[in-house]
Design a protein around this ligand. Structure first.
Ligand SMILES: [Mg+2]
Length: 266
């Protein structure tokens, strides 16, 4: 059985599958072209909330991969859609970067500055490479007044060219440390909201959808949770030893390949 037999929609995790930092993974562009030839519906996904979908379109283009904005679902975009759907008039204070604020504004949400943080109905925590005490204080003020705590994702780290860097988990941890509660909602993997939004965007059905990712405890975990076919590639964070350790557990992927090219052309 080929990994993609009977599959009509493929959710492709980007970081560690298509690229590592700014370096493309070899053969990834060819594999995506092949998936298009095979007429699979594609959604490119990432937990990274720092860049807008348009920025990802450009990033993929630099790597020889053409994708439409509508085919990209980030935790920032998913957070915006999730809030719009679940709350009548959300007003948000964001501890995160420009791309996250941009997606929230583009979805029509009100984003307030730290001076107006008390007005926020929601505090959104995402990866913030300029995290500081002032932002944490503003978020705390909002949380103490009852604002709902939402995390784009809780990744402890993410891979960069220089090794691991602190992820959104660092922001979430700073807020948990002072407000004493956990996020009410986590949007990104291994939680389900972002993946459900990605599937909804192409009308994907669980039994006919595959998720390709490099993370056992993110991509594979959420795929299992939602009944998707799970394909692990070893071009990113998870290694062969991790696959060995996961054997017989609920995290064991349905298929394991060296990279996306091997997954598509085998
Ligand atoms: Mg990844």
């Amino acid at each position: 059985l080929s990994a993609l037999e009977g599959i009509t929609a493929v959710l492709v995790d980007m970081d560690g599958v298509l690229y590592r930092g700014d370096r493309p993974v070899r053969g990834a562009a060819r594999a995506v072209n092949k998936l298009r030839e095979m007429r699979k519906k594609l959604v490119f996904i990432t937990n990274n909330s720092t860049a807008s979908r348009s920025a990802y379109v450009r990033k993929l283009k630099r790597m020889g991969i053409s994708a439409k904005k509508s085919e990209i679902v980030t935790s920032a975009y998913a957070t915006a859609l999730h809030l719009k759907k679940s709350s009548p008039k959300p007003c948000v204070y964001v501890v995160g970067e420009r791309g996250l604020k941009r997606e929230l504004r583009e979805a029509g949400l009100r984003v307030v500055s730290s001076i107006q943080a008390e007005k926020a109905t929601h505090v959104i925590a995402g990866l913030d490479r300029k995290l500081n005490y002032m932002k944490i204080s503003a978020a705390l003020r909002a949380l103490l007044r009852g604002a709902e705590f939402v995390a784009t994702n809780v990744d402890a780290t993410y891979p960069t060219e220089r090794g691991l860097s602190p992820g959104a988990g660092a922001t979430v941890g700073a807020l948990v440390g002072c407000c004493g509660r956990q996020p009410r909602t986590v949007v990104g993997k291994p939680s389900t909201p972002m993946i459900k939004i990605a599937m909804g965007s192409v009308g994907a059905k669980p039994g006919k959808t595959a998720i390709v990712g490099d993370g056992l405890d993110t991509d594979i975990a959420v795929g299992k949770r939602l009944g998707l076919r799970t394909i692990l590639v070893l071009s990113g964070v998870s290694a062969e030893e991790d696959v060995e350790a996961a054997k017989g557990t609920e995290l064991a992927p349905d298929f394991v390949y060296r990279d996306l090219k091997e997954a598509v052309f085998t």
